[in-house]
Ligand binder design. Structure first.
Ligand code: MSP
Length: 497
């Protein structure tokens, strides 16, 4: 069985409310999943929830309910939003599921049997908000809240043992950590000796977690538990056939805030298990509001639900994908959202559709005209249309989504200009066949644009393809069918005033 395309998002903390930042990673994964499905790859797209740990326990205690019940009540905030955003995930994992707990315990036992887990008394500074021991230096940085001194017996994973193997892997697999500057950041971090990782928490302090199979007084550290979700969902220790068809994952998409856990903890865990590493960990930047990260604690979050209610799902997806250069931070402002919407979607794209369909309805009884002998300017558009998919696909595969979108919009703008220069609304009176060529060519350009934009805006492009009475997502030029009638449609992107 050939290996499919397997893409994951981080599993989000069930306690937190989803916002544009979390929605962004999920939409990005969805776009790439849809793009790969269109390209004919078997695709597994995974997202889910991280449900263990101190914060969940505390929230449940505060509400005076069972932590599982608390998780069950919080989870729909995410699943409802994903549904609303048309997220096409194939699986949704929650770390409190039986399938996951079994895999985590199996792995803990295996790593223990390998000799990679040891017990030790540890005294150090513990950050309650981060749920981990921190170094003196980190404590001094002022970035950590709720720090206390703790002395306790715990279990440690011999992460240090795999430091050299990890450096070698990163150096010989240039795509393993992307983009490049994140790879350099991790290599920089690995110049210092790597500490071992504390992977347990005593139940006396925290009991909301997966019990260690070799000591019932302890639960598993939440990150050790959470990272394993990526192989649980691929079928590890459940179905070898399934696991081999998905693993290693094509992409773990993450925000830059969780790079170390993914690019250091996770690979060393996999080394210990003898499981191949994911092909690529891709860290994107943050959505900022002004100059600060959008986050719940700062209180500057934009609620994606409100935006969707006001402007529709697809414009939100479009804006997020168009505006962020993958790997860099981006500023979210309502002004730039509205500007983007009006110029790209309402003026360029929506306008072209309404021009073409109005003219075909008025002059050709709503039937798509047959192209005949084309003029030079018709052929220039056709040539561009034949080249466009290659360019766009390469940019998409290279994770340059904003550039891919720009190429498509550039093409649409060229077609608008071609319409203006050739004025088929005038030409139709003298030379109906020549005007028909133009309308066919512009209609086909719209179809192609919609096909290429369909991973980004699955809904509105489906409306457009329905309006043109075409099926499928064929990227080759000339799939618009002459002789078919146009279907009525709602305005695609009404201008925002
Ligand atoms: N539960 C861990 C991840 C475990 S994965 C094995 C976690 N969860 S989280 O809910 O805090 O989500 C973090 C992720 O949300 C980031 O890595 C990023 O993908 C996304 N974002 C959260 N805020 C963001 C922005 N302001 N901008 C862009 N993405 C951000 O960490």
């Amino acid at each position: 069985m050939s290996k499919g395309f397997y893409i994951t998002t981080p599993i989000y903390y069930v306690n937190d409310k989803p916002h544009i930042g979390t929605a962004y990673t999920t939409i990005l994964a969805d776009v790439l999943a849809r793009f790969n499905r269109d390209a004919g790859s078997d695709t597994l797209f995974l997202t889910g929830l991280d449900e263990h740990g101190q914060k969940v326990q505390e929230a449940a205690v505060e509400r005076n309910i069972d932590p599982q019940k608390h998780c069950d009540e919080m989870a729909p905030r995410f699943t409802d939003l994903w549904e609303k955003l048309h997220i096409s995930n194939d699986d949704f994992i929650r770390t409190t599921e039986e399938r996951h707990k079994k895999v985590v315990q199996f792995i803990l036992q295996r790593v223990m049997d390998n000799g990679d887990i040891y017990e030790a008394e540890y005294e150090g500074l513990y950050s309650v908000s981060e749920e981990r021991f921190i170094t003196e230096k980190e404590a001094e940085s002022g970035e950590f809240r709720d720090i206390k001194k703790l002395k306790e017996k715990n279990y440690f994973f011999k992460m240090s043992k795999y430091q050299k193997q990890l450096i070698d892997h990163i150096q010989s697999n240039p795509k393993f950590i992307q983009p490049e500057h994140r790879k350099n950041e991790i290599l920089g971090f690995l110049r210092q000796p790597l500490n071992d990782l504390c992977i347990s928490r005593p139940k006396s302090r925290l009991n909301w977690g997966i019990e260690l199979p070799f000591d019932k007084d302890y639960v598993t550290y939440v990150w050790f538990d959470a990272l394993i979700n990526y192989i649980t969902a691929a079928g590890f220790n459940q179905s070898t056939k399934q696991f081999n068809s998905w693993w290693p994952a094509s992409y773990h998409l993450i925000g830059k805030d969780i790079l170390t856990t993914h690019a250091v903890y996770w690979p060393t865990m996999l080394f210990s298990l003898g499981i191949p590493l994911p092909l690529s960990i891709f860290a994107h930047g943050w959505w900022l509001m002004g100059d600060s990260k959008m986050s719940k604690s700062i209180g500057n979050v934009i609620n994606p639900m409100d935006l969707i209610d006001d402007y529709g799902v697809d414009p939100v997806r479009y804006y997020l994908m168009r505006e962020m250069v993958l790997g860099h931070d981006s500023n979210f402002t309502m002004n730039s959202f509205i500007q983007r919407y009006n110029s790209d979607l309402a003026n360029d794209f929506g306008n072209l559709l309404s021009r073409v369909t109005t003219l075909i309805k008025k002059n050709y009884d709503g039937v798509i005209p047959e192209p005949g002998s084309l003029s030079d300017s018709d052929m220039a558009i056709e040539k561009k249309g034949k080249e466009l998919p290659g360019v766009v696909n390469e940019l998409m595969n290279g994770m340059r989504l904003n550039d891919a979108i720009e190429e498509i919009m550039q093409f649409i703008r060229t077609v608008n200009k071609y319409m203006e220069e050739n004025a088929p609304w005038k030409m139709v009176k003298e030379d109906k066949a020549a005007a028909g060529n133009i309308l066919y060519t512009a209609g086909e350009a719209l179809r192609l644009g919609a096909v290429l934009l369909s991973p980004i805006m699955p809904n509105r492009t489906a409306t457009l393809l329905d309006a043109l009475n075409v099926e499928g997502h064929d990227q080759s030029w000339g799939r618009l069918e002459p002789g078919r009638s146009l279907e009525d449609h709602e305005p695609l992107f009404p201008r925002i005033k």
